[in-house]
Ligand binder design. Structure first.
Ligand SMILES: Cc1ncc(COP(=O)(O)O)c(C=O)c1O
Length: 376
C-alpha cells in the first residue's frame, strides 16, 4: 500500500488538501502524466506512431480484461460510459412491447438512452427505499418482455453497493433480460466479482485514476451476438475498405463493435498507466486501507445533524458516503475554505475515500464539517 512518501511522490497535489472527491474526478498518479507525454512523443512520429498506439491499445485491453475477469477479446474501448450505453441501445434493437428496467439510484448514462422519445421500449423504474435497492422490489418488474436491466454496482448518488449475485439470480429466474452493470464508481476501488453481468461499462476518470475520454466495455463471449453494435464507422467493421464496402457494413461481433472510430489514444495511454498503477498497489490493498476510513467517516456522520443518504449497512458500502443538509452550499463553501474537497450537488454532499486518502483527511473533513454546522 502507499506509504506517506510514495503517496506524496505519486500524488504531489495531495500534499496540503483533503481530497475526498474521487467519485467525481480521480487524481492521476505521476505515471499517468508520463504516459500522456509518451503519447505526445509517439504522435510526433505521425503515421509511424500508429504501431505504438496499437500496442498501447492491446495492452490496455489486456489490463481491463484482468480487472473484469474476461479475456482481451471480450473488451472494447470507446470514449465514455454514455457512448457505450448508446451503442448498447443500438445493439439491442428494441421493439414496441419490449421493457427495460432502470433504477432511481443510477447515473443518467445508463438510465436515459431508453427514456428518449423514439425509444420503443417501456421503461420501468426499480425504486430505492431508504437509499437501498432491494432485490425483492425488482422481481415484480421482470417478465417475459424484459430485455434489459441496467444497474450501477455502486451508486453515484449515495454510494449504495448492490450485491450483484442476488440481482443476477432474480433477473435469470424471472426474465430473459440482459444485465448491464456500470462499474464506474467501483473499478479500482473495490474487488469486483462480475459473474453474471452481460455487459460491463466503466468511465476512466474516477477511481482508476486515469484521464477523461475512455469507456471500458466488457462483453462476455457468450453475449457477443446480443451486443453487436450496428453503427456506422470503420474501426469496428469486419471489412471497412474491401471491394464490397458500399454494399453492406458488417460489425465485428461483441466488444469490438463498441470501438466505432479511431480510438482516443491519449486516454488509452493514460488508462494503461493508471491500471498498471492500480494493479501494482492492488485493489484488495486499496480496499483494506480505505474501508476503515469510510467506516470512521460514517460513524461521525451518524452523530452529526445531517441527513445521511447512504444506507449504513457495511455490506453495501464501497467508497462513497452522501448526506443532505438545507445549508449544503454554505457547508461546502466552508469545507473548501479549509481545503477539504467534497462533491456538492443539489443539496447533497458526497464524500469519496480512495487508497490515497488517510485518516488525517477524514479528521480534517469532520473537524471542518463540525465547524461549519456550528457556525450556521
Ligand atoms: C455510475 C456512473 N457512470 C458513468 C459516469 C460518467 O459517464 P460518462 O463517462 O459518460 O461521462 C458517472 C459519473 O459520475 C457515474 O457515476
Amino acid at each position: 500500500m502507499l506509504t506517506p512518501e510514495s503517496r506524496l511522490r505519486d500524488f504531489p497535489s495531495l500534499a496540503n488538501r483533503a481530497y475526498l472527491n474521487t467519485a467525481a474526478e480521480g487524481i492521476p498518479p505521476r505515471s499517468v502524466s508520463a504516459a500522456l507525454a509518451r503519447y505526445a512523443r509517439d504522435k510526433d512520429l505521425g503515421m509511424d506512431g500508429r504501431r505504438l498506439h496499437a500496442e498501447q491499445y492491446e495492452a490496455v485491453k489486456a489490463l481491463v480484461a484482468e480487472f473484469y475477469a474476461l479475456t482481451p477479446a471480450e473488451i472494447g474501448i470507446c470514449s465514455c460510459s454514455s457512448e457505450a450505453y448508446n451503442l448498447a441501445a443500438m445493439a439491442l434493437r428494441l421493439q414496441p412491447g419490449d421493457e427495460v428496467v432502470i433504477n432511481d439510484l443510477d447515473f443518467p448514462a445508463g438510465a436515459t438512452p431508453w427514456l428518449q422519445e423514439g425509444s420503443p421500449a417501456a421503461v420501468k423504474v426499480w425504486r430505492s427505499r431508504h437509499g437501498a435497492l432491494h432485490t425483492p422490489d425488482l422481481v415484480p418488474l421482470l417478465g417475459a418482455k424484459t430485455r434489459l436491466v441496467a444497474v450501477s454496482l455502486v451508486s453515484f448518488f449515495n454510494g449504495f453497493m448492490l450485491r450483484l449475485p442476488g440481482v443476477v439470480e432474480a433477473v435469470r429466474k424471472h426474465s430473459p433480460a440482459l444485465l448491464a452493470v456500470d462499474v464506474t464508481q467501483a473499478l479500482g476501488r473495490i474487488p469486483l466479482d462480475l459473474g453474471g453481468a452481460d455487459l460491463v461499462v466503466s468511465s476512466t476518470h474516477k477511481w482508476i485514476l486515469s484521464t477523461h475520454g475512455g469507456g471500458l466495455v466488457g462483453v462476455p463471449k457468450a453475449r457477443a451476438r446480443a451486443w453487436t453494435v450496428p453503427a456506422g464507422g470503420w474501426f469496428h467493421l469486419e471489412d471497412a475498405f474491401g471491394p464490397n464496402r458500399f454494399d453492406r457494413a458488417v460489425s465485428k461481433p461483441g466488444a469490438a463493435s463498441f470501438a466505432v472510430g479511431m480510438p482516443n489514444y491519449p486516454a488509452v495511454y493514460a488508462t494503461r498507466a493508471a491500471l498498471e498503477y492500480i494493479r501494482r498497489v492492488g485493489v484488495a490493498a486499496i480496499d483494506r486501507a480505505a474501508r476503515p476510513l469510510v467506516l470512521a467517516c460514517l460513524e461521525e456522520l451518524k452523530r452529526l445533524p445531517v441527513e445521511l443518504l447512504t444506507p449504513p449497512d457495511p455490506d453495501h458500502l464501497a467508497g462513497i458516503l452522501a448526506f443532505r443538509h438545507p445549508a449544503a452550499e454554505q457547508i461546502h463553501a466552508h469545507l473548501r475554505s479549509e481545503n477539504v474537497h467534497v462533491m456538492s450537488h443539489a443539496g447533497r454532499l458526497r464524500v469519496a475515500l480512495h487508497g490515497y486518502n488517510t485518516m488525517a483527511d477524514v479528521d480534517r473533513f469532520v473537524r471542518a464539517l463540525r465547524a461549519a454546522l456550528t457556525a450556521l
